[in-house]
Design a binder for this molecule. Sequence first.
Ligand code: AR6
Length: 165
Amino acid sequence: MMEKISVIKGDIAYLPFHVDAIVNAANSALVPGGGVDGAINKKAGPDLGRAMLKFGGTPTGTVVYTPAFDLNADYVIHAVGPRYQDGEHGEAELLATAYQSIMKLAQKLEVNSLAIPFLSTGVYGYPLEEAINIAMENVKKFNLDARIYFVAFDESTEKIAKKRL
Ligand code: AR6
């Protein structure tokens, strides 16, 4: 069992290939927002937002999943990363827990391929390098037998992530 992890640059809502699951950087209310969430909802269509709202929310560090509707995937795994305050509010643990929750659900769904954005590093303000370290560490150590694509939105994120990989 060997996972194959790579870093690619692009828009996670417009991957040029199919993946079994795309991870969304959601909020705990599961109300469609901006960033990754906005891009994913725009491409998936209004049924995704309706499916998200049915949950009535999920705590930080946890995940839920929905169909992917018009995205090029089977599922969307909605993961809630922490909002970064000062690093003294359990942010690192919560971010690690979010990635562990993603990997457990991906295993349960038997996905063979998975696209993951860097949770919390946009609107939620998590320092990029530390967030990338936590992402890589927790995804690697799960050792899921699947193709895993970390999707970086810009070149500097891509550079840092590739170095860390
Ligand atoms: N594809 C890949 N990465 C992206 C994309 C995209 N289309 N758009 C942004 N990024 P963010 P968060 C990068 O803000 O910090 C929403 O309102 C971005 O540059 O999407 O977890 C939700 O509803 C950054 O590096 O997620 C929540 O309220 C990373 O993806 C809140 O934002 C994550 O940025 C969640 O904030």
